[in-house]
Design a protein around this ligand. Sequence first.
Ligand code: MN
Length: 250
Amino acid sequence: MTALVVSDLHLDPARPEIAAQFHAFLAGEARAAEALYVLGDLFELWIGDDDPEPHKRVVIAALRALADSGVALYFLHGNRDFLLGARFCEESGGTLLTDPTVIERYGRRLLVSHGDALCTDDAPYQRLRALVRDRRWQAQFLALSIGQRQALAREARAGSQTHTQAQPPMLMDVNSEAVAAVFRSAGVDTLVHGHTHRPAVHSLEVDGRTCTRIVTGDWYTQGSCLRWDASGLTLAALPRPARQTIAQPA
Ligand code: MN
């Protein structure tokens, strides 16, 4: 059997080609797996589980079909969809895990995380993260109307893009001390995270132990998936099938 790990789909009505590839993945490769882990930023924006946007409803239905077929479905919050909650889990048939979490399969323990908490060099982002992960802030936000929340989320996204573009690339990656600290406290030798959109398999030493940090990629131009079975871990790029290309008007 196989478990699959993905992250950073950033599903959004403006990017129908990602949704098309993800829906094909859910109906295809994922059906043959025993578990699917989504390590955050499944959605580009999530303003609350009561969001009626049809695009999101279609994704939830596809996840539900996968869960109903017997595939165990797990989610972590990303920095875009940290408001995914209990109703989303009920509707999609999945389970939210805390970040980070150790999962165990095939005789191996993996620490999984979205990855944004490891980017400690980006101090303004970490301050924002602490604010929006606060329960009182979230309760106040969720008490607003859907229209108000959509307006605020659009503003926040524009601010985030401006901030990201203004940062030196190094500050937007994980901090090596923060990485070493999670390896130490979890007592594992393999960490899988997304968020940085820099898919890679890194080998590093922590206190004399050889550890592996696997980064799953975003789905902007192709898919990215970590395949995990008894033979080990394989990070794969999923080429975008040509038949899913959206025809451009002449
Ligand atoms: Mn992210």
